[in-house]
Structure formats: structure tokens, C-alpha cells
Design a protein around this ligand. Structure first.
Ligand code: PMP
Ligand code: GLU
Length: 398
């Protein structure tokens, strides 16, 4: 028997977010009281009216295969949402719905990236970007940022990184994991650079659009001349607390939407018909449907930021969106506990897991090894307890 897995699989790492969540679940099952702040998903339930749209779809027997790119209804609803919220004029044949934004991202990367092509990832970036690029045979090119820049890239750094091999740039705003939000003028400045490079496409991952504490969300594709160069990725997982429904989508130039439909037609076909109906209701709903959740996230951000900022060796930016804190913990590198030195953020994340029983995610997998990611999508009481435990654990370091 030849039990070896494929080269493609061997190139792939396990998702660090999912791995830490799994470890926390296992520790919990063994009786340890672990607080899991590792997985990024809202701790709220899907709003009732969106659940009802799914139930109505079942009762109306919308339980058959749909067109691969999604029903006309959901694609028209998404096109209307893009116009209403983002000023983007996509027609319904430029929309493709998929089984989560994760599949949307994979479709786009597999449609455009050839082996050896470079894909620029401003760091910190979401863990799965780098792995999806590797599946396509592409080469992730990491552009570092720092806490001083609020973890946002400067246009000059982007311009310097683009060369003849560059095929794509992928970034998210609001950003997972830093929570950074590009302002309108910062978005315009990035567009000024990207517009000069006809071979380069940009994925603007806007899945945290609704979890934004600034007054405005800026869409890159809305910048002059960018519609043909940008793929806008979004979905209902985060803004509507619908992670389990598995529904993401793109707005893209038609030839890219067609390419994604072709790939998806061979891998999964359309996403779940019931989830499509609920997603149509979500994007048609007044965006204020998410307000109670977003208000809670802002309150928790403030509380968690205040308590973690007091801990020596933990340095934070102020995230303006999403539901993560991304503290720089590099001042703790070199300290030791029970004779073991903590050398990097992997060690710090394991130390917090084992000593504080708080699950976080190391910044290594996000391309920013000075940091760890803490999701604050948990109740106020749990977050307070998590901060207390982290503080006690850090005080034990020598
Ligand atoms: N992009 C980012 C930045 C994310 O954090 C997530 C969360 N899983 C996704 C895409 C994918 O979301 P989903 O597949 O649940 O739509
Ligand atoms: N996007 C979430 C996170 O970053 C969910 C987990 C995942 O899909 O990797 O934790």
C-alpha cells in the first residue's frame, strides 16, 4: 500500500484558527475549564427573521439544485445590496454565491493564479489566504506592517512589492486579525497604486463590513477605474451571525465570475438552496439588523482593550472593526515559566492555553509573529475572566 498523501496536501498546513479551537474543545472535554477565544465567530444567534426565511424556503420546497452561481433571487438581492451599501454597480451575472466566503476566495485564487505567480499579502493576513494560494501553486509574498502603522500597509510599500510576477493582492478591511479598518483616503491611495498595474487583480475581503466602529466602510472596487481589477468578497457569516449556513459571495468582472462558476460546478455546485434564501433575506434586511451585535462588540472591545492594556508586556492597537484584539506580545519573548523559555508567539499562545486555560491563536499563522489573536466574540463575563487569567499567568513569568 502507498499511504502517502498528495504533494498538494503535503504543502498545506492545517488552519491554525481551527486547530486551536479543536485543542480547546479537547481540553474542555477532558474536564478543564478552558475559555476559547480562538475561533472567529459571533456568539450571537442568527436573527429570527432570517431563520424564518430559511424555514419558509423549506416549506416552499426550495430544496432542489439551483443554478451553480446561485438563484436569480439571491444574486439580484446581492447586486442591490452592493449598490445600496457600497455604490458598486454589479449585475446579477457578476455575482457568484458559494459555500462560505472561504470557498469564494478559493474559487477566485484558483481561477487567476498560475504556479509561480506571486500574491501579495499585507500582514497580518487571514490564515487561509496563504494556504489557498499555495494550493494554486502561487507564491505568497508577505508585506509586513507593525503596530506603529496600525497594521496597515503604506501605498509606497505596496508599489515596491509589485513586480512582473505579481498576479494578485489579497487584503481585508476590517481586517482579521488586526481589526484595522482602511479609511476612505487610505483606500483611495491603495487604488492609485493598483491602477498602475494592469496584470494585478485585488481581492478585497469585506466580510467584516458590518462590524465596523468607524462611520463608513470603504470598498476598493468603488474607487474610480477599479471595477475591472477588484474582486469583492463578502458573506453572511459575520455580519448576520450565520457562520453555519455557509454562504459567501463575490462581485467580480464577468469573466472572473464565469471562471468561478466553472470551478464551483465541478467541486460543490451551488451552495445550499435554503441558505441562499436566508442570505437573500439578510442582504435585503436593513443593515441595522446587526446593530445590537455590533454595539455589544464595541462595548467588549473597550472593556477587553482596557484590561489587557494594563498587563505589562502586552501592547495593543485599537481595532476599529471585526471582533479581534491582536496584541503584540514580543516583550514577553525570552521570559520563562517553570524553567521553560517562551521564545515566540506559538509559545505564548500555548502558555496561555496551558497555564491560563485561555485559547488564543499565535500570530505566526497570520504572518505577524510578534502577536497573538484574541477573539472577543464571547460574553462580557467570560472576557473579564479571560483577562484576569491572562494577567495572573503573565505575572508568573520570570
Ligand atoms: N475571510 C475572513 C477574513 C474571515 O475571517 C473568514 C472567517 N471564516 C472568512 C473569509 C470566511 O468566512 P465564511 O467561509 O464563513 O464565509
Ligand atoms: N474566520 C474565522 C477565524 O478566523 C473562522 C475560522 C476559520 O474559518 O478559519 O477564526
Amino acid at each position: 500500500m502507498n499511504n502517502s498523501t498528495s504533494d498538494l496536501l503535503n504543502r498545506l498546513s492545517e488552519s491554525a484558527t481551527i486547530a486551536m479551537a479543536r485543542m480547546a474543545r479537547e481540553l474542555k472535554a477532558s474536564g478543564i475549564d478552558v475559555i476559547s477565544l480562538s475561533l472567529g465567530e459571533p456568539d450571537f444567534d442568527t436573527p429570527d427573521e432570517l431563520k424564518q426565511a430559511g424555514i419558509d424556503a423549506i416549506n416552499a420546497n426550495e430544496t432542489h439544485y439551483t443554478p451553480v452561481s446561485g438563484t436569480v433571487r439571491v444574486r439580484e438581492a446581492i447586486a442591490a445590496k452592493f449598490m445600496r451599501d457600497n455604490g458598486l454597480n454589479y449585475t446579477s451575472d457578476q455575482i457568484v454565491v458559494s459555500s462560505g466566503a472561504k470557498q469564494s476566495l478559493a474559487n477566485v485564487v484558483l481561477s487567476l493564479v498560475n504556479p509561480g505567480d506571486e500574491v501579495i499579502l499585507p500582514a497580518p493576513y487571514w490564515v487561509s489566504y496563504a494556504e489557498i494560494i499555495k494550493v494554486a501553486g502561487g507564491v505568497p509574498v508577505v508585506l509586513p506592517t507593525s503596530i506603529e502603522d496600525d497594521y496597515k500597509i503604506k501605498p509606497e510599500a505596496l508599489d515596491d512589492a509589485i513586480n512582473d510576477k505579481t498576479r494578485m493582492v489579497i487584503y481585508s478591511s476590517p481586517c482579521n486579525p488586526s481589526g484595522s479598518v482602511y479609511t476612505q483616503s487610505e483606500t483611495s491611495n491603495l487604488a492609485d497604486v493598483l491602477r498602475k498595474h494592469d496584470n494585478v487583480y485585488t481581492i478585497s475581503d469585506e466580510i467584516y463590513e458590518l462590524i465596523n466602529f468607524t462611520p463608513r466602510h470603504a470598498s476598493l472596487a468603488a474607487e474610480p477605474g477599479m471595477m475591472d481589477r477588484v474582486i469583492t468578497v463578502n458573506g453572511v457569516s459575520k455580519g448576520f451571525a450565520m457562520t453555519g449556513w455557509r454562504l459567501g459571495y463575490i462581485g467580480a468582472p464577468k469573466w472572473i465570475a464565469d471562471a468561478c462558476t466553472k470551478i464551483q460546478g465541478q467541486f460543490t455546485s451551488a451552495p445550499c438552496s435554503i441558505a441562499q434564501a436566508a442570505a437573500a433575506a439578510a442582504v435585503e434586511a436593513d443593515p441595522s439588523i446587526s446593530k445590537p451585535m455590533v454595539d455589544a462588540f464595541l462595548r467588549r472591545r473597550d472593556a477587553m482593550h482596557a484590561s489587557l492594556s494594563k498587563i505589562p508586556g502586552i501592547n495593543l492597537n485599537i481595532p476599529m472593526g471585526a471582533f479581534y484584539l491582536f496584541p503584540d506580545v514580543s516583550e514577553l519573548f525570552g521570559k520563562s515559566f517553570n524553567g521553560n523559555t517562551l521564545n515566540n508567539s506559538d509559545d505564548i499562545a500555548m502558555f496561555f492555553m496551558e497555564e491560563a486555560h485561555v485559547a488564543t491563536v499565535s500570530g505566526e499563522a497570520f504572518g505577524t509573529p510578534e502577536c497573538i489573536r484574541i477573539s472577543y466574540a464571547a460574553s462580557d463575563e467570560i472576557l473579564e475572566e479571560a483577562s484576569r487569567r491572562i494577567s495572573v499567568a503573565v505575572s508568573k513569568l520570570l
